[in-house]
Design a protein around this ligand. Structure first.
Ligand code: ADP
Ligand code: MG
Length: 271
Protein backbone atom coordinates (compact mmCIF):
# COMPACT_ATOMS: atom_id res chain seq x y z
CA UNK A 1 0.00 0.00 0.00
CA UNK A 2 1.31 3.42 -0.86
CA UNK A 3 -1.15 5.03 1.59
CA UNK A 4 -2.17 3.40 4.85
CA UNK A 5 -4.46 5.43 7.11
CA UNK A 6 -5.84 4.21 10.43
CA UNK A 7 -8.40 5.95 12.64
CA UNK A 8 -7.30 9.35 11.44
CA UNK A 9 -8.90 12.37 13.11
CA UNK A 10 -8.52 16.11 12.73
CA UNK A 11 -10.37 18.27 15.23
CA UNK A 12 -10.52 22.05 15.27
CA UNK A 13 -11.48 23.95 18.39
CA UNK A 14 -13.79 26.82 17.56
CA UNK A 15 -14.49 28.65 20.81
CA UNK A 16 -16.50 26.22 22.92
CA UNK A 17 -17.17 23.71 20.17
CA UNK A 18 -14.99 21.14 18.51
CA UNK A 19 -15.29 20.67 14.76
CA UNK A 20 -14.61 17.07 13.85
CA UNK A 21 -13.31 17.72 10.33
CA UNK A 22 -12.06 14.10 10.16
CA UNK A 23 -13.59 11.65 12.55
CA UNK A 24 -11.88 8.26 12.41
CA UNK A 25 -10.96 7.50 8.83
CA UNK A 26 -9.41 4.23 7.62
CA UNK A 27 -8.11 4.16 4.06
CA UNK A 28 -5.72 1.98 2.09
CA UNK A 29 -4.56 3.03 -1.35
CA UNK A 30 -2.44 0.79 -3.50
CA UNK A 31 0.34 2.07 -5.71
CA UNK A 32 -0.95 3.12 -9.13
CA UNK A 33 -4.52 3.66 -7.94
CA UNK A 34 -6.84 6.35 -9.27
CA UNK A 35 -9.25 7.45 -6.55
CA UNK A 36 -11.93 10.11 -6.40
CA UNK A 37 -13.03 11.48 -3.02
CA UNK A 38 -16.53 12.90 -3.10
CA UNK A 39 -18.98 14.27 -0.55
CA UNK A 40 -20.93 17.39 0.35
CA UNK A 41 -19.25 20.63 1.26
CA UNK A 42 -17.82 20.43 4.77
CA UNK A 43 -17.55 16.64 4.78
CA UNK A 44 -13.78 16.72 5.31
CA UNK A 45 -12.44 16.20 1.78
CA UNK A 46 -9.93 19.05 1.84
CA UNK A 47 -8.83 18.21 5.37
CA UNK A 48 -8.18 14.67 4.15
CA UNK A 49 -6.14 15.99 1.20
CA UNK A 50 -4.10 18.24 3.50
CA UNK A 51 -3.22 15.30 5.71
CA UNK A 52 -2.45 12.95 2.82
CA UNK A 53 -0.37 15.76 1.32
CA UNK A 54 1.70 16.08 4.51
CA UNK A 55 0.66 19.72 4.78
CA UNK A 56 -0.75 19.16 8.24
CA UNK A 57 -0.65 16.74 11.18
CA UNK A 58 -3.63 14.75 12.40
CA UNK A 59 -5.11 15.10 15.88
CA UNK A 60 -4.83 11.33 16.28
CA UNK A 61 -4.44 8.19 14.22
CA UNK A 62 -1.69 7.07 11.88
CA UNK A 63 -0.78 7.79 8.28
CA UNK A 64 1.90 5.92 6.40
CA UNK A 65 3.00 7.07 2.95
CA UNK A 66 5.19 4.69 0.97
CA UNK A 67 6.42 3.07 4.18
CA UNK A 68 7.12 6.32 6.04
CA UNK A 69 5.09 7.22 9.12
CA UNK A 70 3.98 10.75 8.22
CA UNK A 71 1.73 11.28 11.24
CA UNK A 72 4.06 12.46 13.95
CA UNK A 73 6.71 13.93 11.64
CA UNK A 74 8.29 17.30 12.42
CA UNK A 75 7.69 20.27 10.10
CA UNK A 76 11.05 19.71 8.45
CA UNK A 77 10.32 16.03 7.87
CA UNK A 78 6.89 16.87 6.44
CA UNK A 79 8.49 19.32 4.00
CA UNK A 80 10.98 16.68 2.96
CA UNK A 81 8.33 13.99 2.36
CA UNK A 82 6.28 16.50 0.33
CA UNK A 83 9.27 17.29 -1.84
CA UNK A 84 10.20 13.69 -2.46
CA UNK A 85 6.84 12.02 -2.87
CA UNK A 86 3.88 14.32 -3.40
CA UNK A 87 2.59 16.59 -6.14
CA UNK A 88 -0.33 19.01 -5.71
CA UNK A 89 -2.91 20.46 -8.07
CA UNK A 90 -5.44 23.01 -6.78
CA UNK A 91 -8.77 24.32 -8.03
CA UNK A 92 -7.40 27.86 -8.36
CA UNK A 93 -4.07 26.80 -9.96
CA UNK A 94 -2.03 28.80 -7.38
CA UNK A 95 0.58 30.01 -9.88
CA UNK A 96 2.97 32.87 -9.20
CA UNK A 97 1.97 35.90 -11.27
CA UNK A 98 4.50 37.75 -13.45
CA UNK A 99 6.62 34.61 -13.55
CA UNK A 100 6.98 32.45 -16.63
CA UNK A 101 5.31 29.05 -16.88
CA UNK A 102 8.67 27.29 -16.82
CA UNK A 103 9.77 29.09 -13.65
CA UNK A 104 6.43 28.31 -11.99
CA UNK A 105 6.94 24.64 -12.83
CA UNK A 106 10.47 24.81 -11.40
CA UNK A 107 9.35 25.99 -7.94
CA UNK A 108 9.36 22.52 -6.30
CA UNK A 109 12.85 21.95 -7.71
CA UNK A 110 14.10 25.06 -5.93
CA UNK A 111 12.60 23.77 -2.69
CA UNK A 112 14.24 20.41 -3.28
CA UNK A 113 17.54 22.32 -3.88
CA UNK A 114 18.02 20.73 -7.28
CA UNK A 115 20.82 22.29 -9.29
CA UNK A 116 19.29 21.72 -12.69
CA UNK A 117 15.81 23.21 -12.84
CA UNK A 118 15.08 24.49 -16.37
CA UNK A 119 15.48 21.19 -18.14
CA UNK A 120 13.19 19.10 -15.91
CA UNK A 121 10.69 21.99 -15.85
CA UNK A 122 10.59 22.07 -19.66
CA UNK A 123 10.20 18.29 -19.72
CA UNK A 124 7.26 18.48 -17.34
CA UNK A 125 5.65 21.17 -19.52
CA UNK A 126 6.13 18.90 -22.53
CA UNK A 127 4.33 16.11 -20.65
CA UNK A 128 1.23 18.30 -20.43
CA UNK A 129 1.66 19.53 -24.03
CA UNK A 130 2.64 23.09 -23.13
CA UNK A 131 6.30 23.43 -24.06
CA UNK A 132 5.42 26.12 -26.60
CA UNK A 133 3.99 28.26 -23.78
CA UNK A 134 7.00 27.90 -21.48
CA UNK A 135 7.92 31.59 -21.52
CA UNK A 136 4.44 32.99 -21.08
CA UNK A 137 3.24 34.39 -17.76
CA UNK A 138 0.03 33.01 -16.22
CA UNK A 139 -1.99 36.10 -17.25
CA UNK A 140 -1.17 35.29 -20.88
CA UNK A 141 -2.59 31.76 -20.59
CA UNK A 142 -6.13 30.38 -20.65
CA UNK A 143 -7.61 28.69 -17.58
CA UNK A 144 -6.97 25.24 -19.02
CA UNK A 145 -3.37 26.16 -19.85
CA UNK A 146 -2.83 27.51 -16.35
CA UNK A 147 -4.07 24.26 -14.87
CA UNK A 148 -1.72 22.36 -17.18
CA UNK A 149 1.17 24.49 -15.90
CA UNK A 150 0.03 23.66 -12.37
CA UNK A 151 -0.04 19.95 -13.20
CA UNK A 152 3.46 20.21 -14.71
CA UNK A 153 4.58 21.82 -11.43
CA UNK A 154 2.86 18.95 -9.57
CA UNK A 155 4.77 16.26 -11.46
CA UNK A 156 8.15 17.96 -11.96
CA UNK A 157 9.64 16.10 -8.98
CA UNK A 158 8.38 12.73 -10.23
CA UNK A 159 6.09 12.27 -7.24
CA UNK A 160 4.69 8.91 -6.19
CA UNK A 161 1.27 10.45 -5.68
CA UNK A 162 -0.51 13.37 -7.26
CA UNK A 163 -3.21 15.03 -5.16
CA UNK A 164 -5.77 17.23 -6.85
CA UNK A 165 -8.50 19.17 -4.98
CA UNK A 166 -11.28 20.06 -7.46
CA UNK A 167 -8.83 20.35 -10.40
CA UNK A 168 -11.64 20.99 -12.90
CA UNK A 169 -13.75 23.13 -10.58
CA UNK A 170 -12.82 26.43 -12.25
CA UNK A 171 -12.90 25.16 -15.83
CA UNK A 172 -15.62 24.74 -18.42
CA UNK A 173 -16.55 21.13 -19.18
CA UNK A 174 -14.56 20.88 -22.43
CA UNK A 175 -11.38 22.17 -20.78
CA UNK A 176 -12.11 19.96 -17.78
CA UNK A 177 -12.12 16.96 -20.11
CA UNK A 178 -8.69 17.89 -21.46
CA UNK A 179 -7.36 18.17 -17.92
CA UNK A 180 -8.82 14.73 -17.07
CA UNK A 181 -7.03 13.31 -20.14
CA UNK A 182 -3.74 14.45 -18.60
CA UNK A 183 -4.61 12.73 -15.32
CA UNK A 184 -5.35 9.54 -17.30
CA UNK A 185 -1.96 9.81 -19.05
CA UNK A 186 -0.19 10.24 -15.73
CA UNK A 187 -2.12 7.34 -14.23
CA UNK A 188 -1.10 5.14 -17.19
CA UNK A 189 2.51 6.09 -16.55
CA UNK A 190 2.21 4.79 -12.98
CA UNK A 191 1.42 7.87 -10.88
CA UNK A 192 -1.05 7.25 -8.04
CA UNK A 193 -3.83 9.81 -8.27
CA UNK A 194 -6.18 11.00 -5.55
CA UNK A 195 -8.61 13.68 -6.59
CA UNK A 196 -11.47 15.48 -4.90
CA UNK A 197 -14.43 16.45 -7.02
CA UNK A 198 -18.14 17.23 -6.80
CA UNK A 199 -18.67 16.48 -10.48
CA UNK A 200 -20.14 13.08 -11.20
CA UNK A 201 -18.58 12.82 -14.67
CA UNK A 202 -15.15 13.46 -13.15
CA UNK A 203 -15.62 11.07 -10.23
CA UNK A 204 -16.75 8.26 -12.53
CA UNK A 205 -13.47 8.46 -14.44
CA UNK A 206 -11.61 7.21 -11.37
CA UNK A 207 -11.23 3.49 -10.64
CA UNK A 208 -12.54 3.86 -7.13
CA UNK A 209 -14.82 6.33 -5.34
CA UNK A 210 -14.57 7.14 -1.64
CA UNK A 211 -17.65 8.96 -0.39
CA UNK A 212 -17.29 11.12 2.73
CA UNK A 213 -19.83 12.60 5.10
CA UNK A 214 -19.31 14.38 8.43
CA UNK A 215 -15.61 13.55 8.52
CA UNK A 216 -16.20 9.84 7.98
CA UNK A 217 -15.95 7.48 5.03
CA UNK A 218 -19.54 6.67 4.09
CA UNK A 219 -18.54 4.10 1.49
CA UNK A 220 -15.57 3.11 -0.59
CA UNK A 221 -16.23 1.25 -3.82
CA UNK A 222 -14.60 0.29 -7.08
CA UNK A 223 -16.22 1.95 -10.10
CA UNK A 224 -18.24 -0.64 -12.02
CA UNK A 225 -21.49 -0.61 -13.96
CA UNK A 226 -23.56 -1.06 -10.80
CA UNK A 227 -21.98 1.94 -9.08
CA UNK A 228 -22.14 4.00 -12.27
CA UNK A 229 -25.86 3.28 -12.50
CA UNK A 230 -26.48 3.96 -8.83
CA UNK A 231 -24.66 7.28 -8.81
CA UNK A 232 -26.15 8.45 -12.09
CA UNK A 233 -29.72 7.70 -11.03
CA UNK A 234 -29.40 8.98 -7.46
CA UNK A 235 -26.97 11.83 -8.27
CA UNK A 236 -25.18 10.98 -5.04
CA UNK A 237 -22.10 12.83 -6.12
CA UNK A 238 -23.26 16.12 -7.54
CA UNK A 239 -25.62 16.98 -4.72
CA UNK A 240 -23.96 14.42 -2.55
CA UNK A 241 -26.53 14.34 0.21
CA UNK A 242 -27.09 10.92 1.77
CA UNK A 243 -30.63 9.62 2.00
CA UNK A 244 -32.39 11.68 4.68
CA UNK A 245 -33.25 9.86 7.88
CA UNK A 246 -36.98 9.14 8.33
CA UNK A 247 -38.69 11.56 10.70
CA UNK A 248 -39.08 10.28 14.27
CA UNK A 249 -42.39 8.53 14.96
CA UNK A 250 -44.97 10.99 16.23
CA UNK A 251 -45.25 11.11 20.02
CA UNK A 252 -48.86 10.60 21.01
CA UNK A 253 -50.29 12.92 23.60
CA UNK A 254 -50.86 11.04 26.94
CA UNK A 255 -54.65 11.25 26.62
CA UNK A 256 -54.54 9.38 23.31
CA UNK A 257 -52.59 6.47 24.76
CA UNK A 258 -54.44 3.21 25.26
CA UNK A 259 -54.44 1.98 28.87
CA UNK A 260 -51.81 -0.71 28.24
CA UNK A 261 -49.35 2.01 27.35
CA UNK A 262 -48.98 2.82 31.06
CA UNK A 263 -46.94 -0.31 31.42
CA UNK A 264 -43.52 0.64 30.13
CA UNK A 265 -43.18 -1.24 26.86
CA UNK A 266 -40.98 -0.67 23.85
CA UNK A 267 -40.20 3.02 23.57
CA UNK A 268 -39.78 4.71 20.19
CA UNK A 269 -36.12 4.55 19.14
CA UNK A 270 -34.45 7.96 19.23
CA UNK A 271 -33.06 8.91 15.83
P1 ADP B 1 -14.73 19.91 2.37
O1 ADP B 1 -13.44 20.09 1.69
O2 ADP B 1 -15.34 18.56 2.23
O3 ADP B 1 -15.72 20.99 2.02
P2 ADP B 1 -13.24 20.63 4.76
O4 ADP B 1 -12.25 19.55 4.95
O5 ADP B 1 -12.75 21.90 4.17
O6 ADP B 1 -14.49 20.07 3.96
O7 ADP B 1 -13.90 20.98 6.16
C1 ADP B 1 -14.45 20.00 7.04
C2 ADP B 1 -14.96 20.70 8.28
O8 ADP B 1 -13.88 21.21 9.02
C3 ADP B 1 -15.88 21.89 7.99
O9 ADP B 1 -16.86 21.95 8.97
C4 ADP B 1 -14.95 23.07 8.08
O10 ADP B 1 -15.64 24.22 8.45
C5 ADP B 1 -13.99 22.62 9.17
N1 ADP B 1 -12.64 23.19 9.01
C6 ADP B 1 -11.79 22.97 8.00
N2 ADP B 1 -10.63 23.62 8.17
C7 ADP B 1 -10.76 24.27 9.36
C8 ADP B 1 -9.91 25.14 10.13
N3 ADP B 1 -8.68 25.45 9.72
N4 ADP B 1 -10.40 25.63 11.30
C9 ADP B 1 -11.62 25.30 11.71
N5 ADP B 1 -12.47 24.50 11.06
C10 ADP B 1 -12.05 23.99 9.90
MG1 MG C 1 -12.84 21.40 0.12
Amino acid sequence: MIIRIRQLTKFYEMGDTVVRALDGVDLDVEEGAFIAIVGPSGSGKSTMMHLIGALDRPTSGTYELDGELVSGMSDGQLASVRNRKIGFVFQTFNLIQRTSAVDNVAVPLFYARKTSVREPALKALARVGLEQRAWHNPNELSGGERQRVAIARGIVNDPKILLADEPTGNLDSKTGKQIMEIFHDLHRSGVTIVLVTHELTVALQARRIVRMHDGKVLDDRMVDDALRHELTTNSLVSDATPTPKPPPPPVQPPSAQPPVARIPVARPVKV
